[in-house]
Ligand binder design. Structure first.
Ligand code: AMP
Length: 395
């Protein structure tokens, strides 16, 4: 796998696909700069080598050229985070962009205008990609968040750099973390899947059954499994048409020697509200009119023990309706268990969807080994798919 360390960027112009799709408030101020901060090590390495950086990204989902989606709004923030001057050009292809790139000196950074002002970007247009390729000597992909898209700047442009393309540090770290879990993880390997729906995780479950020793199925997803096995789930969320599939997953797990852990008790609420009345009940005996909204105390203990016994841990999806304070405790305690296991030497990866929001909200992000930066890209990786943006560099 070619990374930045295989290149010396002295007097070279790096064309870097970053993911600067950051949230802005009504004053066009960046409200969460995590993605810019994450790209910093790659940019700094190139500048310190004596090279220059041409940064390209999308921002939002503009329909044609719309000023509210201009990357101009974030240029000052990028400058503040990098600690170097950042030039902005209001084009990403054509003579204006080419001239700005040509005038770039070693040690300088140029930010291009929003790639998605051109429909050719998401269409993966080859001519557009070729125009982009004129802006740099080496192509660096550091945008995991869009690596599952075969867009011009994430995938197609790599064709024009047959010998001079590589992963940035962020993307390399994402790939390594996924491989640690799915390929080379120290055993026992545990996957924790929570969240609302089984249907959105089927392909992931089927892929990881071959790779894990333990599987925790928590959150709203668990009720489809409980009902399929004859339990009473009251008003808990359930996908009735997925019950047969749930039973099949349990059968496959048994054949593959994967130990499946499903909650044994739940916090049941009499309404889907933070102020609802609650009680702890057996997960198979949820009374009519009540619904399971969080893992119960016995389940938390059960999950803690499995987590502490594991050497490699993947966490995707919360154990309850963590957005409501009253139902967040199961998710918080799981986060604590994973943090403790990590401290004792386990490798832990949190990725894909709401568990990332949960770890950030509850402050676990620096207590786990790695928090993925890409939702959809992470989910597709866990499904076993080769992401086009990654394949394009490896080819
Ligand atoms: P996902 O995006 O698949 O990870 O699902 C995350 C969502 O699952 C969050 O919004 C949670 O509120 C929701 N969730 C987790 N547990 C439950 C539950 N027991 N009942 C309803 N929703 C749940």
């Amino acid at each position: 796998m070619k990374t930045l360390n295989d290149f010396n960027f002295k007097n070279k112009k790096a064309l870097i696909r970053v993911d600067f799709n950051v949230p802005l408030n009504e004053k066009f101020e960046v409200t969460d700069a995590t993605r810019i901060v994450s790209a910093k090590p790659t940019i700094i390495k190139i500048l310190e080598d004596g090279g220059s950086c041409v940064l390209m990204s999308h921002l939002g989902r503009p329909k044609g050229v719309q000023d509210e989606f201009s990357l101009r709004h974030i240029a000052a923030k990028v400058k503040e985070i990098l600690g170097v001057e950042v030039k902005f050009v209001d084009a990403c292809v054509g003579s204006k962009a080419e001239e700005a790139a040509a005038n770039l000196e070693p040690g300088q950074v140029l930010l291009l205008e929003n790639l998605r002002f051109h429909k050719e970007e998401t269409a993966g247009d080859k001519d557009f990609a070729e125009q982009l390729s004129k802006l740099g000597d080496v192509y660096v992909n550091d945008a995991f968040g869009t690596a599952h898209r075969a867009h011009a700047s994430t995938t197609i442009v790599a064709q024009f750099f047959p010998e001079s393309k590589c992963f940035g540090y962020l993307l390399a770290k994402e790939i390594e973390s996924i491989e640690k879990v799915l390929k080379s993880g120290e055993k026992p390997v545990l996957a924790i899947l929570g969240g609302a729906k089984v249907s959105s995780k089927i392909t992931i479950i089927e892929n990881i059954l071959d790779k894990v020793d333990h599987l925790i199925i928590g959150g709203g997803m668990a009720f489809t499994f409980i009902k399929a096995q004859g339990g009473k789930i009251g008003n808990s969320i359930c996908e009735d048409d997925k019950q047969a599939l749930a039973l099949d997953i349990l059968k496959q797990a048994k054949e593959k020697n994967v130990q499946v852990h499903i909650p044994v008790d739940v916090i049941a609420a009499d309404a889907f509200s933070n102020d609802a009345n609650t009680q702890v009940v057996d997960i198979n005996e949820i009374p009519d009119g009540w619904e399971g909204v969080d893992a119960g105390p016995a389940s938390r203990k059960q999950f803690h023990d499995v987590v502490m016994d594991s050497k490699t841990i993947l966490w995707n999806g919360p154990l309850g309706v963590f957005e409501m304070e009253s139902f967040a405790q199961g998710t918080i305690e799981l986060g604590n268990s994973i943090a403790e296991a990590t401290k004792s030497g386990a490798f832990s990866l949190v990725g894909g969807g709401d568990s990332v929001a949960a770890v950030k909200q509850f402050g676990f992000d620096d207590k786990v080994s790695y928090v993925s930066t890409g939702g959809g890209a992470m989910l597709e990786s866990l499904e076993g798919k080769t992401l086009p943006g990654i394949a394009a560099i490896l080819e």
